[in-house]
Design a protein around this ligand. Structure first.
Ligand code: PGA
Length: 259
């Protein structure tokens, strides 16, 4: 069976309600691209808007969250619980994005707690990992990926046991070199293949070899470079920031993912 490719968009703190509705209204019906799994992560407040789900769903696109709390509930002003995100109808959540790591000081340990909490609430989790430019220049890329995966995925094997056969693809990894995010500088195909192969091997060493865990690439993916990246067998899809904000570019990326 042909494997699905994945195109997930991360809108970050862009698009308010009106422009989000405009985006989906102007998006062609992507249901025909049934071999591509399509998702968009808007700002969290928009996840409580039922009309947005309706519109997105009518175009074949799932909604996801950009983050969630590590706790189930409690006195945590400003946080969004995985339970509520799931209850509202979001299907997946990005965790450990480099902007969360760098600007909000999220460490691998807290990302691990978030992953466990999100999985317990039936949210598909996309775990973001990747090295900084300094780490790459110091030849630390692979060891950084190892550390991030070891800590972030601690205990996940058991959590996934519960989902065997229930949720399709409960876990994905997004390899996002920090220096390629929002910079226009995309990693080379060799760098991407290297990192993805390493991540796949590491997942095996973490006892997850029997799981279907797609590995996405993220970092300045756009229609002009997507084909070269997505055609690699090591690349299961893309996590896209800037280019996911425009309906024409998002559509083009989904078309490219069809191969
Ligand atoms: P970018 O962002 O595509 O704008 O580089 C990717 C991301 O932050 O996931």
């Amino acid at each position: 069976m042909k494997k699905h490719k994945i195109i997930y968009g991360n809108w970050k703190m862009n698009h308010g309600r009106k422009t989000a509705i405009d985006f989906f209204s102007n998006l062609p019906d992507l249901n025909e691209f049934s071999e591509v799994l399509k998702g968009i992560c808007p700002q969290s407040a928009l996840l409580s808007d039922p009309s947005l789900y309706e519109l997105a769903q009518s175009k074949g696109v799932m909604l996801g969250a950009q983050n969630c709390s590590s706790e189930i509930e409690g006195a945590l002003t400003g946080e969004n619980s995985a339970a509520l995100i799931s209850e509202l109808g979001a299907r997946f959540v990005l965790l450990g994005h480099s902007e969360r790591r760098q600007i909000f000081s999220e460490e691998d340990e807290v990302i691990n707690q978030k992953i466990m909490t999100a999985l317990s609430q039936n949210l598909q989790v996309v775990v973001c990992v990747g090295e900084t430019l300094h780490q790459r220049n110091e030849s630390m890329t692979l060891s950084v990926l190892d550390t991030q995966l070891e800590t972030c995925l601690h205990g996940v094997e058991n959590a996934l046991e519960k989902y065997r056969g229930e949720m399709k693809l409960p876990l994905m990894i997004a390899y996002e070199p920090v220096w390629a995010i929002g910079t226009g500088e995309v990693a080379s195909i060799e760098q991407i293949i290297d990192a993805h192969s390493h991540i796949k091997n590491k997942l095996g060493r973490l006892g997850l070899e029997s799981r279907d865990i797609p590995i996405l690439y993220g970092g300045s993916v756009k229609p002009s470079n997507a084909q070269e990246i997505l055609k690699q067998k090591e690349v299961d899809g893309a996590l896209v920031g800037g280019a996911s904000l425009r309906p024409d570019q998002f559509t083009e990326l989904c078309r490219t993912a069809l191969g």
